[in-house]
Design a protein around this ligand. Sequence first.
Ligand code: G3P
Ligand code: CA
Length: 354
Amino acid sequence: MKMQLAALAALSAFALSPAAHAATTWNTLTGEAPIVVAHRGASGYLPEETLGSYELAIKMGADYIEPDVQMTKDGHLVAMHDTTLNRTTNVATLFAPRNGRYNVGDFTLAEIKQLTVKPTGALSQPDSTYLGFTPTMPDPYKVPTLDEVLGFLKNYNTANGTSVGIYPEAKAPFDSVKEQKIIASLKDNGFTTAADKVILQSFAYQSVANLTDLLDMNDMEAEVAQLGSVRLQNGVYGVNGSDGFWSLDQIASVATGVGVSYTGITEDFIKAAHNLGLKVHAYTFRPLKEDEAFAMIQPMLDWGLDGFFTDYTDLGRTVVDANAPAPVPLPAAAPLLLAGIGGLALLRRRRKAA
Ligand code: G3P
Ligand code: CA
């Protein structure tokens, strides 16, 4: 009886142990860890969409780096969020406006290469420094071409044995020439298989569909995400992109996931997307402190979010790592449990012998 009580006590201890309740797998579509996407690089700290900013983001633990893609007057692809150059660069001090503005498409690559990107992040320094970080490339804060971003990433992964991915955005509106050039650039730089970890994205459904077609035509493997805001329309979940509302069903026919504004994400939306095999990535978390990062991101990880864009890769990494599933735990009371079971066996043998 003493041994039976010991076994019972051990079982109860296992049942009550917090470790016994820890998740043993991620709650994502694939069961893999949610991805941390460095939104425009480490843009909260260093000039956005520059090689220096991408390098810092990788050192902070980014799973993917994100360039937005615009096209110059002479047809080159550059990493640039805005359609104009004046918010993020010193163009106004070097050039006069063209057509009344500083449109990327009115400047040649040679002209854009004269510019320097300015720090705009909330936690950036005016001299574009980040304590303890020295970029490894010359001129780290120039506007890079997409080819240069891909070349940098390929070299970084090779030199460091890492497998950081890239999440390029074909900026809306739909532009088949730009989209063909993005695919060609990926192909030229050796990003053609699933192992190269490419996710393409656009706010335009037409571009998402076109990018998927182009990947197929070129026998390339990559994920594709429809961007926009979460909408529930007539009881049907979908995404409002730059060219209208698209149901999750429609999106699932051309894409592998959605990238949606975090403000509209609910547990039901994630479930609906997962039911159709779509991943859900959230944009854009901009917490300035760790407690803010947990408050913003944690609930959505609990719901099964598959990844998120953030200007602060380090804070995003901290939140994801804190959620890493525990290995299947050996209960603290295991020795006691084994002793109890052993004791019961002994008791049975004695009774048999008696
Ligand atoms: O691409 C995801 C997110 O970056 C969308 O917003 O305007 O920063 O490109 P935006
Ligand atoms: Ca983007």
